[in-house]
Design a protein around this ligand. Sequence first.
Ligand SMILES: Nc1ncnc2c1ncn2[C@@H]1O[C@H](COP(=O)(O)OP(=O)(O)O)[C@@H](O)[C@H]1O
Ligand SMILES: [Mg+2]
Length: 148
Amino acid sequence: MGINLDIEPQKFTAIVGASGSGKSTLLHCMAGLDKPTSGNVYLDDMDIYTLNDTKLSEIRRHEFGFIFQSYNLIPVINVYNNIILPVSLDSKKEDKKYIDELINKLGLESQVKKFPNELSGGQQQRVAIARALANKPSVILRMSLQEI
Ligand SMILES: Nc1ncnc2c1ncn2[C@@H]1O[C@H](COP(=O)(O)OP(=O)(O)O)[C@@H](O)[C@H]1O
Ligand SMILES: [Mg+2]
């Protein structure tokens, strides 16, 4: 796959193409999940694959928010703890005001103590969106159904 792509700040970018053309591979490379065999991926001026694994996973947690089509919520922790998971993984305390704002914006106030399997598909999706935003990421990546 030969590709040269700039994703501009404040823009929505959709990647479309035939099955097998390399969309999933591109997304994984962009998000720090798959190291390309050649070429570089920059986040601002940082060449992300020159970082060690620990630093790269830190960047993934801080700079990228992932929304998977299958949501990938953790079944054994409640909705609130699912939402703050990216923050908890850093052993940090969540920004309670910002998280509450997210919960309100996404209409999840009455769901926070429930477990994922007690929610409808749409509610689970909103929890996944809140989780993707919990760390105030620079880039939000949403994998569509076709990317599974
Ligand atoms: N893990 C892998 N190892 C080797 N080839 C792969 C692997 N994953 C995908 N491919 C190949 O890379 C190409 C691009 O795949 P992919 O990025 O999944 O395409 P898309 O998401 O656009 O359907 C395909 O030809 C596919 O067969
Ligand atoms: Mg795909």
